[in-house]
Ligand binder design. Structure first.
Ligand code: TTP
Ligand code: MG
Length: 412
């Protein structure tokens, strides 16, 4: 049966809250960031034409946009706001998957008829009519959600409407900011065609780079690639990704199943002695498991990296986070610091590397958006502070600046 899925994503979330609460900031480039880690969490749309992006070092952002107003993140405020927005979404369907502090999927298949009464009567014999009424209901609901968030919270959301999660997310991104976009099934292939393959779920920084080297940049490239080539590049993911590139995605919404831990490890065909290769593998593992945690609606309190030497001796390094998270950037910062610390003490070939998220739990009480990215800075700062206090500043700073110089995607 066809589904009706909406994806809601707030525009420039932290910056929009700041501009709402301080009218003197409206219409101005605003960067929310700073602190010990010194990175941009987000920038208002006025700052984006200058090239300011999330996760960019503050120093670089200020060079690009020197007249920007810099605001320190107010995590508690964003978390509270997230809960209030969630309460609005709850009025549209009980079937909601919170993906992050400002983003959620809504399965409105069962509630669409409340917004498009003709759907109730649409005879099963007229599937085309039922189909067009369903898209109409989706658009009506998306409009109603945007209106409610605007009038009740004075904030702007972008909403995507489609028959699955992949297309709904793509749709919410297409017209940002203040977007409302429907992607009907029959448009899916042509809408996806020119978009970078990285919009597909499971194509992280590392996979995207691999595909690009093989001449595959867009979803159309991926859809048209020889099956053997895809198989070689993507392994077991090849078929799912080809289906995704055609707009097909059967994933159900996840409303927060419990899992104790989510991890991934890999034994190499040949021992690896280069730290940059180890970083690349670890990053793809972090991307994978954090995505999985988010899709399960869970946040982790513990990050453990496993190192196995060629002689099979195995070591684990764990960090307990002050506040649980499922943010890729936050977990990556911790896992990378663990790798760098390990490498500094014992550089040498490894047979296996792995990373596990432990002490997983749903984020706070019911009705809260998952993955409070808002509290991330605090946690990561705390973790990095502890590591820095123990091992000195240089390892971490040297590693991150090297990443940025190379511009090869470490600075997620
Ligand atoms: P996003 O939805 O990725 O970004 P955004 O809402 O600021 O902008 P838009 O959706 O319009 O493109 O993230 C939501 C919030 O999460 C963001 O406001 C700040 C926080 N965040 C970080 O702290 N670090 C990050 O690297 C990212 C991407 C987001
Ligand atoms: Mg957003």
């Amino acid at each position: 049966m066809s589904r009706l899925i909406l994806h809601v994503d707030m525009d420039a979330f932290y910056a929009a809250v700041e501009q709402r609460d301080d009218p003197s900031l409206r219409g101005k480039p605003v960067i929310v960031g700073g602190g010990v880690r010194g990175v941009v969490t987000t920038a208002s749309y006025e700052a984006r034409p200058f090239g300011v992006r999330s996760a960019m070092p503050m120093a670089q952002a200020m060079r690009l946009c020197p007249h920007a107003v810099v605001i320190k993140p107010r995590m508690r405020v964003y978390g509270d706001e997230s809960r209030l927005i969630r309460a609005i979404l709850d009025r549209f369907t009980p079937d909601i998957e919170a993906v992050s502090i400002d983003e959620a999927y809504l399965d409105c298949t069962g509630t669409a008829h409340l917004h498009e009464p003709a759907l109730v009567d649409a005879p099963a014999l007229l599937p085309d009519l039922a189909e067009s009424l369903r898209w109409k209901a989706g658009e009506t609901m998306a409009r109603a959600i945007k209106d409610a968030i605007r009038t009740e919270r004075n904030l702007i959301a972008s909403v995507g409407v489609a028959s699955n999660k992949l297309l709904a997310k793509v749709a919410s991104d297409l017209d940002k900011p203040d977007g409302l976009r429907v992607i009907r099934d029959q448009e899916a292939v042509s809408v996806l065609a020119p978009l970078p393959a990285a919009v597909l779920r499971g194509v992280g920084t590392v996979a995207a780079e691999k595909l690009k080297r093989a001449g595959i940049s867009t979803c159309a490239d991926l859809r048209n690639a020889a099956p053997e080539l895809l198989q070689r590049l993507l392994g077991s993911q090849a078929e799912t990704l080809r289906l995704q590139a055609m707009g097909r995605d059967a994933r159900a919404l996840e409303r927060g199943r419990r899992a104790k831990s989510i991890g991934q490890s890999r034994t190499f065909n040949q021992d690896i002695a280069r730290v940059d290769e180890l970083r690349a593998i670890l990053l793809s593992q972090v991307e994978h498991i954090t995505q999985e945690a988010r899709s399960e609606g869970l946040v982790a309190k513990r990050v453990t990296v496993t190192f196995r030497r060629p002689d099979f001796e195995t070591f684990t390094r764990s960090t307990t986070l002050d506040e649980p998270t499922s943010s890729t950037a936050a977990i990556w910062a911790v896992a990378l610091a663990q790798l760098e610390t390990w490498w500094k003490a014992s550089p040498g070939p490894l047979r296996l590397i792995g990373v596990t998220l432990g002490d997983l739990e749903p984020p706070g009480q019911l009705g809260l958006f998952a993955a409070p990215v808002s509290e991330r800075a605090t946690r990561v700062d705390a973790a990095l502070d502890a590591i820095k206090a123990k091992f000195g500043n240089s390892a971490i700073r040297r590693a991150s600046s090297k990443r940025l110089e190379r511009g090869d995607g470490w600075d997620i």
